[in-house]
Design a protein around this ligand. Sequence first.
Ligand code: MLC
Ligand code: AMP
Length: 499
Amino acid sequence: MAAEAQLFLRAAVHGTRTAIRSGGNEYSYDDLLRASARVAARLLDAVDDLAEARVAFLVPPGFAYSAVQWGIWRAGGIAVPLATSHPIPELAYTIADADTTVAVADDAHVSDVRAAAAAHGCAVWSLSELMTDAAAVPASLPPLHAERRAMILYTSGTTSRPKGVVTTHGGLEAQIRTLVDAWAWHADDHILCVLPLHHVHGIVNVLGCAQWSGARCTVHPTFDADATWDAIAAGDLTLFMAVPTIYTKLITAWRAAPPARRAELSAACARMRLMVSGSAALPVSTLAEWRDISGHTLLERYGMTEIGMALSNPLHGERRPGHVGTPLPGVDVRLVDEQGERVQDGTPGEIEVRGPGVFREYWRRPDATRDAFRAGGWFRTGDVAVIDSGYYRILGRSSVDIIKTGGYKVSALEIEEVLRTHPGIRECAVVGVPDDEWGERVAAAIVGDTAALDAAMLRTWAKSQLAPYKVPTRVTFVRELPRNAMGKVTKEDVKQLFA
Ligand code: MLC
Ligand code: AMP
């Protein structure tokens, strides 16, 4: 890679084309380059290169988000996006775990970020301080070689607290290039972004691919079904990408609309070239309902924070319901048994992935990084699949403690650990229970002081500690948790409590 990363060299060529529409305004690639150069200048202050310092930023999806993300990269820093929905304890955890040097927040969130950063003691900048016109743009910015760390995304797993997934500039570029190639992105594309920008789905698949291609991205700060339909009805989108829960919510809103509006919305969908679903299993019934409404057979693909996208149904050719397709260009995928031996076609196995898009490490967790890989550089996803006449079909996960709700991955162990800090809770067990809208819902069985605590109080308290999507939406109080002869809580029996 050249000194200036490809993304920015390409942006200079895209120049006056619209990069982002947000908050009722349009911004060109030149605008992004200018604003991000100013951000880089402010961050660099008296040094030439941030040299992989972690810059955490809490900026709602929109132009400023991209200006700050690019500014961090151009200054040589590692971008650590924070989630606008997170309460202070979650923000504080990320800021401390990433060993953040500088945190940035838009003016609405700056006091939360100051509170979250207080114990760690890093500098905090408001967006208005950072994006001032007065910043002198440096004559040269540091070189961004492919192997330099670019981003840390926090992901929940089988450990109790989220881990930072470190991706390099070269890794991000590989993740983007494979999708641009497979889904034939081009400069005349126009995509709507309704996804949060602290996960790969929004960051890489939507924003990253659009910006690489010189395409337009209309960005909504959060998902709203009616606003999404309005944007689709406006008629000039070519692409849409979302998690299955969003398609379910759009189906509900379409059904609630009068017949003439429904016809208008369906016609607008039919003018688009591609609609994609991922981050969680797309129920075949949702695929069929969406086909009836939009005329599109959703292209389902499979990915993960640690690898970007690995498997995809084809742009042209059969999109098989209930399947996630075949390996994307440049990505090696295999299914193995517990010993790491490849399984025969038709036999279930764990998905392992190798390729230039695979992450570099879990931030400052060498043991977790080592355990995540097998010899030969194969990353162990923990997802189990089978190959059915050439197409992969996801069967489930190897750990019962990982829950996917609304496309977010959450750890049952992490939620249990937080719940146990409540004085009214003696014991608890968290599980994912199947749900038509959310894929899975977070459910908690609690042994505690029911005279002093009810489900509503518990949820209110949990929202002050945990991201909203980790807060149990189903709560039951029990006298004791189901256990096996060894005294271990049996999660399958806990699930039955919510059946
Ligand atoms: C919000 N709530 C949730 C929730 N999200 N509850 C359970 N599970 C979730 N995921 C809560 C809200 O706090 C609220 O609680 C209530 O549910 C109703 O909220 P809503 O307004 O209906 O939902 P909304 O806030 O609009 O969120 C829905 C959503 C969101 C689908 C838009 O969950 C979302 O943006 N999901 C996408 C996540 C994503 O990008 N994943 C990609 C990870 S990367 P109350 O109590 O206030 O009423 C990855 C790799 C890959 O997976 O392959 O892509
Ligand atoms: P995350 O860790 O948030 O990046 O989530 C990645 C996980 O989402 C994967 O390990 C899978 O379990 C799940 N996932 C992503 N896409 C799909 C899909 N199309 N079908 C089923 N599960 C999926």
